[in-house]
Design a protein around this ligand. Structure first.
Ligand SMILES: Cc1ncc(COP(=O)(O)O)c(C=O)c1O
Length: 404
């Protein structure tokens, strides 16, 4: 990192630190030779999709890895959520965090269900089980928690709560592949869990997802729903959809699963690089991982306190973007502030103080297994430089924006 004065920062006319964009969550790619060998087999046997041998093999291997009885691969995580909502015949209202990806809310709305936005726990940033109690009404049919950044929700408390009220507990485990809760793999809690295997996830199938459950009857229903409702060769039993995973997607999954522990180890070293290099930067806290649980370390998340750091999270994002470092403001501004929810439920904001606070402080830095340690070190050195010169940077930004 060769910047000496703030005029060397790209936002003030200097050359960007990186010549090409460094994105948050650039895809990890596992064993490429493994992928090509499987891909060749697809063309040899001419089974391209429709629950082919590679998809079945991947389902079996995922069941073993996640220690769950059933894994139903889907075209993506959102179709997994939508199918699960249908398979359980959810209705009325479902409680979800607002601090999550929009697809959970959308999947509910597509089925005519009202998403009721719940605040998040100030420490884990996952659905606040205590806050969810007052949101349960006679119309509530389920709670869907998200294991944000791979750190598990308060599963035990939510399980008790949902069992007492006779409602389903589901989890969006899109961030949590390879992570544990009380030493057990995430994927086997609640009635069912849903993974996204999108290209940006720690384990991916280009696009894809899965529903995992120990409930065999639910799994059977999901398998039919995924395939237009077919129960037999030419017998349709129910209103289904098409959410099958093709063989080429499954081939990517098998290649990535073969090297998942190496991928996680690499994610961890990148995460450690950030944690060590940013240690002591005032006003910047790297989001903690629990020492007693396994994490996939895929997301390098931090909180910026403007009062101490000297710049707002948004100002830091602007500075980094100019340097071609595409840090993100995940999950900004929160589902409840996105359409159609903002117009439909304008009162939701009042019950979400933590969501609002956290949404303004969170920053996700480029991380993951495909990141070079050297690049992570360069990014950290730049952040340190900006933090040291925060006062000067803030006043120059004000002048630049015409407020000085
Ligand atoms: C928390 C969360 N839930 C759901 C999804 C939706 O998954 P997909 O993109 O596979 O539909 C994503 C990611 O894209 C996500 O991050």
């Amino acid at each position: 990192m060769n910047k000496k004065s703030i005029l060397d920062l790209a936002i003030f006319g200097g050359s960007p630190l990186f010549l090409s964009p460094v994105h948050a969550n650039r895809p990890n790619v596992g064993d490429v030779d493994h992928f090509f060998t499987s891909a060749t087999s697809i063309f040899k046997n001419r089974i391209l999709t429709n629950n082919g041998p590679l998809a079945r093999e991947l389902e079996e291997k995922l069941c073993r890895y996640l220690r769950v009885r059933n894994c139903i691969l889907t075209a993506n995580g959102t179709s997994g959520l939508s199918m699960l909502i249908k398979a359980l015949d959810l209705k009325g209202e479902v409680i979800i965090p607002s601090f999550t990806f929009i697809s959970t809310a959308h999947a509910l709305m597509w089925s005519g269900i009202r998403p009721v936005f719940c605040d998040v726990d100030p420490v884990t940033w996952s659905l606040d089980a205590g806050a969810s109690i007052s949101l349960i009404s006679e119309h509530t049919t389920a709670i869907i928690g998200t294991h944000i950044w791979g750190r598990a929700c308060d599963v035990a408390r939510l399980e008790n709560l949902c069992a007492e009220r006779g409602i389903h507990l589901l989890f969006d485990a899109a961030h949590a592949f390879g992570c544990t809760y009380r030493g057990e793999p995430i994927g086997r809690f609640g009635t069912a869990e849903v993974f996204s295997f999108h290209a940006t996830k720690v384990f991916h199938t280009f696009e894809g997802g899965a529903v995992t459950t120990d409930d065999d009857a639910l799994a059977e229903r999901l398998r039919k729903l995924r395939n237009f409702g077919f129960g037999d060769y030419d017998r349709v039993d129910m209103l289904g959809t098409n959410a099958k995973m093709s063989e080429i997607h499954a081939a990517m999954g098998l290649a990535n699963l073969a090297s998942i522990e190496t991928t996680i180890d690499r994610c961890r070293s990148v995460w450690e690089e950030y944690r060590t290099a940013l240690n002591g930067v005032r006003g910047l806290t790297v989001y903690a991982r629990s020492d007693s649980e396994k994490s996939n370390y895929h997301y390098v998340v931090a909180e910026i306190s403007q009062a101490e750091f000297g710049l707002s999270r948004d100002q830091l994002v602007d500075v980094l973007h100019s340097e071609n470092i595409y840090a993100r403001r995940y999950f900004y501004p929160g589902c409840h502030r996105a359409e159609p929810y903002r117009s439909l439920f304008p009162g939701a904001e009042a019950g979400l103080p933590q969501t609002r606070e956290i949404g303004e402080r969170v920053i996700v830095f480029p991380g993951g297994a495909s990141m070079e340690a050297y690049d992570a070190a360069q990014i950290c050195a730049l952040i340190r430089f900006v933090a040291d010169k925060a006062e000067e940077v803030a006043s120059s930004l004000a002048v630049k924006d015409g407020h000085g």
